[in-house]
Design a protein around this ligand. Structure first.
Ligand code: AMP
Length: 293
């Protein structure tokens, strides 16, 4: 069924009120549109757990840097609404810029200690933009559960931290990365890639897999695994490595020895297109190796 479309906070609140009066719980899937199967998986997860699923579609200028792709970010609301309908969402919330940030808007949300490294270093102010818009969406929709993708691992960690720190009355679910058949993590930005860049872009997931194998074979030194990932990426002729890191999955602090919950992170540029990917591993104590995803 075609979901309804809300453009204003007042419309969203009216629809949510009705749903709640009908005894339904509310799931929220925040997106920037140009929806693909990765977003579809979040909507399906929300459908499985909540009775009324809202998908927000808003290309948030606050999370783009001055030289980033805000102007050319793909926008196709009609197709997005169709996908939301096929996946069973009840409502698409696509606010105009002035609805989200009315004249005079001045407040910002910061999650200190997690927002300035990795993607935050490459994109200053990016996560402040994300947390600000996500907190606003949480307040507008007031969901019981909000759904995010592991694809944006740092973002997911920051949002969980914000939710805990600010006592937000909702649960955050983080869903697995959905990949193309050749391993490339799905992203609205993949369509920027030239055919040759697209072929080379599998280097991210291949580097992560090789790193996993090396850890599985007993490597405990994170710098060795980091170097392997970096050298694999550099072997692709048009790839520019932004970072290859191994961090503690919760604190996002780089680790020296591999043990416990680790997150392998990669960011790579192909021309003007920046791709990210990651792999979360549970690494057993030395002696009983075989890292689990
Ligand atoms: P975006 O529209 O790119 O801002 O993404 C909206 C949500 O979809 C975020 O929580 C992303 O982490 C999630 N997402 C994007 N791509 C994928 C993917 N390939 N697999 C799983 N989740 C994804």
């Amino acid at each position: 069924m075609k979901p309804s479309l809300a453009r204003t906070v007042a419309e969203v609140r009216a629809r949510i009120r009705e749903a709640r009066q009908g005894g339904r719980t509310v799931g929220l899937v925040p997106t920037m549109g140009a929806l693909h199967e990765g977003h579809g998986s979040l909507i399906r997860a929300a459908r499985a757990e909540t009775g009324f699923v809202v998908v927000s579609v808003f290309v948030n200028p606050m999370q783009f840097g001055p030289n980033e792709d805000l102007a050319r970010y793909p926008r196709r609301l009609e197709q997005d609404i169709d996908l939301c309908g096929r996946e069973g969402a009840a409502l698409v919330f696509a606010p105009a810029l002035g609805e989200m940030y009315p004249a005079g808007f001045r407040s910002l949300v910061e999650v200190t200690g997690l927002q300035d490294q990795f993607c935050g270093a490459a994109r200053p102010g990016h996560f402040r933009g994300v947390t600000t818009v996500v907190l606003k969406l949480f307040n507008m929709v007031q969901p019981d559960v909000a759904y995010f993708g592991q694809k944006d691992a740092q973002q997911a960690q920051i949002i969980m931290q914000m939710t805990a720190d600010l006592n937000l009355p909702l649960r955050v679910r983080v869903c697995p990365i959905v990949r193309e058949a050749d391993g490339l993590a799905m992203s609205s930005r993949n369509e920027y890639l030239s055919p040759s860049q697209r072929r080379q872009a599998t280097v991210l997931s291949r580097a992560l897999r090789e790193a996993q194998e090396l850890i599985g074979a007993g490597e405990e030194d994170a710098s060795v695994v980091r170097s392997l990932m970096a050298s694999r990426v550099r072997a692709a002729p048009d790839a520019q490595l932004d970072y290859a890191e191994i961090v503690d999955a919760e604190t996002l602090k780089p680790v020296d020895r591999l043990a416990g919950e680790a997150l392998l992170l990669l960011a790579v540029r192909f021309g003007a297109t920046r791709l990210i990917d990651n792999l979360r591993l549970t690494i057993p104590a030395p002696g009983s190796r075989n890292p689990r995803e």
